[in-house]
Design a protein around this ligand. Structure first.
Ligand SMILES: [Mn+2]
Length: 321
């Protein structure tokens, strides 16, 4: 365990840094840590700064979010906390601040984190970094704003409590957060599930035009440049489509493609467990996890699907033998 209060007690200049392209867990953890230290050391001559790339608009309900330093102002930090960052290169512009700090503390839940701080606290079986820091927080310095930030972190990294990373302890921490008065449904809806009108339109269109093949074990959907231009959508607007394809009954593998350039497709794959899609992505120069992986491929949609289905079939045949 790390005693956060003791480790920061003498520090005047404290920095909190997350990873590049910060997600809900990273942002929630950093905001919670900021609020906690502000509460623990009220009126003391400490400057507590969160350094992050500009967070998405959906997280604007979090307190302190407007005080994030996205310009990474250079300072000599007495203590630098790295939250939810698996390797130093993921610190982005924050790396310099981290390297120049007098003391560094690394708190994380990624199994790949080797512990690159002076002090390290990595719990690889925790659902989220928010869960890890919640175990370090004393109730007396907690408040509703901190609870909202921790709740956001756990919700985002567990797919709204869906994944197996949610343990008994994770749920107990969520239970503790329920003692604070805030609108949990609103946070889940507005920061996790909500889509814009065009995001829903392109999702609907992709599902409608999706094709089922290999005896219903594979489903694929694609979006070409023309469609993206017509709806004025960015690649980030297409996130989540592959997950919707995956929950089709009987499907083992879902594939989603979008055209990056003429005859060049970004491929996302999801598996329901029988097929290791990371292995397939790896064959085509990509990577990922057993159930979620991606790569970039050239050719027409049919070329891409032919190449992928050959590999998927090999694995499925091996399983059924
Ligand atoms: Mn995380």
């Amino acid at each position: 365990m790390i005693d956060i209060i003791r480790e920061t007690a003498d520090a005047k200049e404290i920095g909190i840094i997350g990873h590049i392209r910060p997600d809900g867990d990273c942002i929630g953890s950093c905001m919670a840590m900021k609020g906690y230290l502000e509460n623990a050391f009220p009126g003391q001559e400490k400057r507590i700064t969160v350094y992050l790339e500009p967070p998405a608009e959906i997280f604007s309900y979090l307190k302190w979010i407007d005080e994030i330093d996205s310009g990474y102002t250079e300072r000599k930090l007495d203590v630098c906390l790295s939250l939810d960052v698996s390797t130093p290169d993921r610190l982005g512009e924050g790396l310099k601040l981290f390297e120049n700090a007098a003391k560094t503390i690394c708190i994380d839940h990624h199994i790949s984190n080797a512990g690159f701080g002076d002090l390290n606290y990595v719990e690889s079986d925790a659902s989220s970094t928010a869960e890890v820091i919640a175990t370090l927080f004393e109730d007396r310095y907690m408040d509703t704003e901190i609870a909202k930030a921790l709740f956001t972190g756990i919700v985002h990294d567990s797919g709204v409590f869906q994944y197996n990373c949610m343990s008994r302890r994770s749920f107990e921490i969520v239970g503790r957060l329920c003692d604070y008065d805030f609108d949990r449904t609103k946070i889940i809806d507005e920061s996790f599930y909500e889509k814009t009108y065009v995001q829903n339109q392109i999702l609907g269109r992709t599902l409608m035009e999706s094709i089922l093949f290999m005896d219903g074990k594979c489903i694929a959907g694609s979006v070409n440049r023309k469609v993206m231009d017509f709806y004025h959508v960015k690649p980030s607007d297409l996130e989540g489509i592959v997950n919707q394809l995956r929950v089709t009954k009987g499907v083992e593998v879902a594939i989603f493609l979008y055209e990056m350039h003429s005859l060049e497709y970004k491929v996302s794959m999801r598996s329901n467990g029988r097929v290791d899609v990371a292995k397939i992505a790896d064959l085509f120069g990509g990577g990922g996890h057993v159930r979620a992986a991606g790569c970039t491929m050239n050719g027409t949609v049919y070329d891409v699907l032919n190449n992928l289905s050959r590999e998927i079939e090999k694995q499925l045949l091996a399983v059924y033998e």
